[in-house]
Design a protein around this ligand. Structure first.
Ligand code: UT7
Length: 312
């Protein structure tokens, strides 16, 4: 869906969207593709890339904010699409920071010896909760999924060196889907009032993001015992080009050290980072031994980072 498609649906312009956000197009999944299907496809691609079968996987984490249903979890749905063998599976919901939380939790479970190989999936179908009558949010979001296999190895010098996770629920109302949960169960009134769509105070979230991103980068690096000059590749959540630019300016990072694909996908919530990471790998921008910093912020409010020494 391009900006020009949106121009035909609402009072907006390609010029406004590009200048204010950097977005030119986003992808919209079909009605036959709920979040679990997007996640399942990403999981299959990650397994093929790792040269592994599902038999090798001990645990599945799905980061999402747009699960197929309130319950059962999307992770259980993905598990049953991937294999007939029971595998422990759980959803992680942490706004757009869900991928960062998922990686941090999975790597901690591997380090504790609980599991050896964990499939971490990020999938969101934001088009299912986007109000295409609200131009302040409709132009921002798209659908996507990504996945990674994390494996524990003895004496590895590669892997997740450190993570920083943070949350402040007092800002919860700045970005939420108000109805459909136990607080406001679905009624005719909630539907009439369009409360089953994502609502956002964009200006306040913007202000929060330009503070949260640098804090998460600095704190993740501090925990890993590294400095900003040691970052080989920064993979920031793709929410707004201006937020990414602010982080690059703050740390004097050259664009060659920062992934940027917001123009082509928009904000795909949990999936922005794995999609950008996958593209960076395809383009040969991540090499074994590189320090890769993943950083995100989102609903909750939540924010965080993973600092990784890239493996093979
Ligand atoms: O991953 C989740 C986190 N979410 C985010 O990171 C979003 C963070 N926030 C943002 O990215 C920005 O605040 C937005 C892109 C949402 C909005 O950009 P902005 O520069 O903060 O614009 P604004 O909300 O201050 O609106 C400026 C003007 C307003 O008109 P008036 O009142 O100045 O006449 C809006 O009504 O732009 C108008 N506007 C639009 N015009 C054309 C708002 N949306 C649109 C639109 N097309 N789509």
């Amino acid at each position: 869906m391009t900006n020009h498609d949106l121009e035909r649906m609402m009072d907006t312009s390609d010029e406004w969207i590009v200048t204010r956000t950097g977005i030119r197009e986003r992808h919209i999944a079909s009605p036959e593709e709920p979040t679990s299907v997007l996640g399942w496809r990403a999981a299959q691609a990650a397994l093929a890339d790792a040269g592994l079968e599902m038999d090798a996987i001990d645990f599945i984490v799905v980061a999402t904010n747009t699960g197929d249903t309130v319950f059962p979890s999307t992770a259980c749905r993905v598990q049953s699409q991937l294999t007939q063998r029971p595998v422990p599976s759980v959803d992680v919901q942490a706004g757009c920071t869900g991928w960062i939380y998922g990686i941090a939790m999975a790597s901690a479970m591997i380090e504790s010896g609980t599991f050896r190989r964990i499939l971490v999936i990020a999938a969101d179908k934001l088009s299912s909760i986007t109000d295409y009558q609200d131009r302040t949010t409709a132009v921002l979001f798209g659908d996507a999924a990504g996945a990674i296999v994390l494996e524990g190895r003895q004496q590895a010098e590669h892997g997740v060196l450190a993570s920083f996770l943070q949350a402040d629920g007092s800002g919860g109302d700045l970005l939420s889907m108000p109805a459909g949960g136990s607080l406001l169960p679905a009624t005719h009134q909630t539907v009439d009032e369009r409360l089953h769509y994502l609502k956002m105070n964009g200006n306040d979230v913007f202000r929060f993001a330009v503070k949260a991103m640098p804090e998460a980068i600095e704190e993740g690096l501090r925990r890993a015992g590294l400095g900003v000059d040691q970052i080989d590749l920064l993979v920031p959540h793709q929410a707004n080009q201006r937020i990414i630019d602010a982080a690059m300016r703050r740390f004097h990072l050259d664009p060659s050290r920062v992934t940027n694909n917001i123009a082509r996908y928009g904000n795909t919530s949990v999936a922005t980072i794995p999609v950008a990471l996958w593209e960076a790998r395809q383009e040969g921008r991540v090499k074994p031994g590189d320090v890769v910093v993943l950083v995100a912020f989102g609903a909750g409010l939540t924010w965080g980072s993973n600092v990784i020494r890239w493996g093979a």
